[in-house]
Design a protein around this ligand. Structure first.
Ligand code: BJW
Length: 285
């Protein structure tokens, strides 16, 4: 019964998307840590459904911050208080995400992008994830846009001059954790990841693009986000107030669940490919 209801909601969502796409409507998707959970990347909060699990709790990762205070690890104050611990955590996460692959949910979003843009609509992927797995899956390569709201863990910058380091140069700077935090070889100032911490503003171009896409799209999907961190969480409300059809894909209930038109309860690595399959099946007449 519950499974039938879930399948009905998935068909209803696919039909909604198909109709919007056929009218050349725009689609915006907000993603969070849950979308990378099936690639083996731990989430920040709540349950995480890993590869092959499609109901709450099996298998789970430990939430990233279960032993730490997030405000400590993800704020400039926390970094200043304990730069070694914060650097070690980000260096570990950078290494983890480089050694994993995009999952079926990431790939399905690329398919949906191609369907939307080939029908003349705009596709905007608004991600809170800093892992770049959407880029590696091919998002943005079919005429859509990927907007990174919380930055990118693969680029680090010096606190004083803002000099940026990436790739092999950054590998070298992060090689010896006895020298943490790493320093800019040119001016000796400490390096930090180019991510957005609590209390910091989001890059203005990214947030403006997100606000515009959310308030003008025909369909807005929030996938794998706990919808508790602002201003990203407010985009669901913005879309809803704009009159967009709103959909949540999540393994669990979130504050957005009561706001959206349709909730699809399950793992994004299962739900998103099924949605893509059904949108393709319901070809325009
Ligand atoms: C699955 C699944 C599977 C599992 N399939 N689903 C308004 C009200 C209240 C507070 C504020 C407000 N406006 C601003 C604030 C303050 C603050 C904030 O929001 N605080 C709240 C926590 C209370 N926001 C900020 O400070 C922001 N800046 C700002 O607003 O600037 C203006 C300003 C400046 C100065 C003063 C005041 C205002 C910045 C926020 C930056 C967030 N940064 C982080 C770290 C980034 C770097 C890093 O990666 O380390 O971003 S925090 C962390 O949370 C990270 C994430 O992107 C973000 C959101 O988490 P996300 O992605 O939703 O993941 P989870 O783990 O929370 O949830 C996973 C979900 O997936 C769960 O629901 C699972 O069920 C589900 N799931 N497996 C589908 N397989």
């Amino acid at each position: 019964m519950a499974e039938n209801a879930e399948a009905d909601r998935c068909r209803q969502t696919a039909a909604l998307l198909r109709a919007a796409i056929d009218r050349g409507g725009d689609v915006a998707v907000l993603t969070g840590a849950g979308v990378s959970a099936e690639s083996g990347v731990p989430t920040f909060r709540g349950v995480a459904i890993g590869a092959s699990g499609h109901s709450t709790g099996r298998p789970r990762h430990e939430a990233l911050w279960s032993e730490y205070d997030p405000m400590h690890l993800a704020s400039i104050e926390g970094f200043r208080a304990d730069p070694v611990a914060v650097t070690r955590w980000y260096a570990w996460r950078r290494s983890l995400v480089r050694n994993t692959d995009p999952n079926a949910g990431h790939h399905a979003l690329v398919e949906i992008e191609a369907i939307v843009t080939s029908a003349g609509g705009r596709f905007t992927l608004l991600t809170q994830n800093v892992d770049r797995l959407h880029h590696r899956a091919g998002s943005g390569s079919h005429g859509g846009r990927v907007v990174e709201l919380h930055g990118n863990i693969h680029i680090w910058r010096s606190l004083s001059a803002g000099n940026e380091f990436a790739g092999a140069e950054l590998d070298e700077l992060l090689a010896d954790d006895k020298g943490f935090p790493p320093r800019d070889p040119t001016d000796g100032s400490v390096l930090r990841p180019c991510v957005v911490w609590f209390g910091e503003t989001l890059p203005s171009d990214a947030f403006e693009a997100a606000a515009e896409a959310s308030s003008s799209c025909a369909v807005f999907i929030a996938a794998g986000t706990s919808a508790v961190v602002y201003p990203a969480a407010g985009l669901v409300t913005a879309a809803s107030q704009n009159g967009s059809a709103t959909v949540e894909i999540n393994a669990d209930v979130t504050p957005a669940s009561g706001l959206v038109d349709i909730t699809l309860r399950g793992a994004s690595g299962i739900v998103l490919p099924e949605l893509a399959r059904q949108i393709k099946q319901q070809r325009p007449r």
